[in-house]
Design a protein around this ligand. Structure first.
Ligand code: SAM
Length: 204
């Protein structure tokens, strides 16, 4: 693989997550994040879907040391793991972990007047469409929204009838999300095949 100059602890974390079947951002998606972070130089990042903290710590490598990252995780066990990783590797305490369901937390953040210039959406795929109204409120003008897992290994491109029922529901909700961001007049969006299929939007 192409050396990307990541610190050893991140390489180890990536391997550990893959071994434990924790779904984390793939190489192509990592590059996209890194590119967008270098371009945007955000001061405030919001991540939906922490898992064990890999992507938050990855992002930390490509931002200034005054940048703050807020990240949300609903699974207790993963949040515990992430919290431990942040204690170890987020020396400047730039990361804030919020435990709970993003569906509840996002409206609270919006009501509190939070504003983010970079949002990375990487949680339960069927819920992206429900996160969108709050995320739009939280996104600063010219703020970037990156969503991962849009194509789910290309299967969203297949016929709707070749996937099982539960997946079909998630797929149709994901289609709804893709349609919604593409049609949204307050945002400009492009779709990419990087990672598991990603979208990059910015708020006009
Ligand atoms: N961003 C992580 C990375 O690349 O290292 C991977 C995140 S993983 C693909 C998605 C995570 O989102 C899971 O750990 C899952 O528990 C969490 N999640 C799913 N739905 C959620 C919700 N409604 N609120 C908060 N977290 C959620």
């Amino acid at each position: 693989s192409i050396p990307d100059g990541l610190p050893d602890y991140l390489i180890d974390l990536e391997i550990e997550n893959i071994k434990n079947n924790v779904p984390i951002i793939r190489k192509g998606g990592q590059r996209l994040l890194r590119f967008m972070l270098a371009y945007k130089n955000p001061g405030n990042i919001l991540e939906i879907g922490t898992a064990t903290g890999f992507s938050a710590l990855y992002m930390l490598n490509f931002v200034k040391n005054t940048t703050k990252i807020t990240t949300i995780e609903s699974l207790e066990e993963r949040a515990d793991k992430a919290s431990g990783n942040f204690v170890k590797y987020d020396k400047l305490k730039q990361i804030r972990l919020l435990r709970g369901d993003a569906l509840e937390i996002l409206p609270e953040l919006a009501a509190g007047g939070d504003s983010y210039d970079f949002v990375f959406m990487d949680a339960a795929k069927g819920q992206y469409i429900n996160f969108l109204p709050s995320v739009k409120k939280l996104l600063a003008p010219k703020g970037i929204l990156v969503s991962d897992n849009l194509l789910q290994e290309g299967r969203l491109l297949d016929s709707r009838y070749t996937v099982v029922r539960r997946e079909r529901t998630i797929h149709s909700r994901m289609r709804e999300y893709i349609k919604a961001v593409l049609a949204d007049e307050e945002m400009e969006t492009m779709l990419l095949e990087a990672g598991d299929g990603m979208s990059v939007s910015f708020r006009k």
